[in-house]
Design a protein around this ligand. Structure first.
Ligand code: MBD
Ligand code: FE
Length: 288
């Protein structure tokens, strides 16, 4: 059939879950090795989590029907590859808080399930890879990387974000591989200039187990529109963060609890309909 009549694949929870799970195995498998965690620590943490589960069961007299519903749901989360989504939406924000609470530099936020390393390097100034007809308001972002004394750093900003429909390349079908993903390497002045488009708010897939939990609990499935970044410079702690847009109705009730006031941008509309924004990064020195 002619190319224009090819059926377009639809984004499903199971497909994006499978991609996120595979991504985790590829990039993070060293962290999955628990062999270096001493038995006392595993015992402490596992014991405390189980005690909390038992206490909830007793307090609320959880029934066999409810227990089996939980079992079926947990099996489904694994089968559809939604553990990265579940953990990053409902757990990672506390891990991130604890891991970064010593920092004097930029506030960070969670990585989420959709980071891909080694995106194309575009130098200090460039435009993220995008389709010829990429929808969305053009955004020009200027910024600088410094240390906590204000000295500029030769560093790198990795940026990835959803498109104007809320979809991520490599996790939703039919999007070019590196669409809206790129790395910007600064010179010694730490200065970068990035051109992209504003992403849409993101809705957690509603057709998978996480979506079913959201519906069953009467929650909503939305994250505010956001840009993901990883900022790094030799000798400094890597910063993982997300940047948000003012006025987004979900900035105050992000399902992933990942918004902080310091991470909300202040874009300025331009006569041509585009927007410009300034946002700088301050990195903490690596700890000895
Ligand atoms: C996202 O885009 C995201 O950033 C997080 C944290 C969870 C699900 C989807
Ligand atoms: Fe995201």
């Amino acid at each position: 059939m002619p190319i224009t009549e090819q059926p377009t694949e639809v984004a499903t929870a199971a497909a994006s879950g499978a991609s996120a799970t595979e991504r985790f195995h590829t990039d993070k498998s060293p962290y999955t090795a628990v062999k270096d965690t001493p038995a006392e620590r595993v015992n402490l943490l596992a014991r405390e989590v189980l005690d909390a589960v038992h206490a909830t069961i007793r307090r609320h007299r959880v029934s066999y029907d409810e227990y089996n519903a939980l079992k079926a749901w947990l099996i489904g989360v694994g089968a559809d590859g939604e553990w990265p989504l579940f953990l990053d939406v409902w757990v990672e924000h506390v891990i991130e808080d604890v891991a970064t609470d010593h920092r004097a530099g930029n506030k960070g936020s969670i990585e989420g399930p959709y980071y891909v390393p080694d995106s194309p390097d575009l130098g200090a100034k460039g435009t993220l890879p995008m389709r010829d007809d990429e929808a969305g308001t053009p955004l020009v972002w200027r910024g600088r990387i410094t240390d906590t004394n204000g000295a500029p750093l030769s560093g790198k900003v990795e940026l990835w974000h959803a498109d104007a429909e809320g979809f991520y390349s490599q996790f939703a079908p039919g999007i070019p591989q590196w669409n809206l993903r790129g790395s910007f390497s600064t010179g010694p002045d730490g200065v970068f200039e990035i051109t992209t488009i504003r992403p849409a708010p993101y809705m957690i897939p509603t057709d998978g187990p996480c979506g079913k939990l959201i519906a069953a609990a009467g929650w909503h499935a939305w994250r505010p529109a956001h840009l993901h970044v990883k900022v790094s410079a030799p000798g400094h702690e890597q910063l993982t963060a997300q940047l948000y847009f003012p006025g987004d109705e979900h900035n105050d009730d992000d399902i992933a609890s990942a918004v902080k006031p310091e991470l909300i941008l202040d874009p300025v509309p331009q006569p041509d309909g585009s927007q410009e924004v300034r946002y700088d990064f301050t990195l903490d020195p690596e700890r000895g």
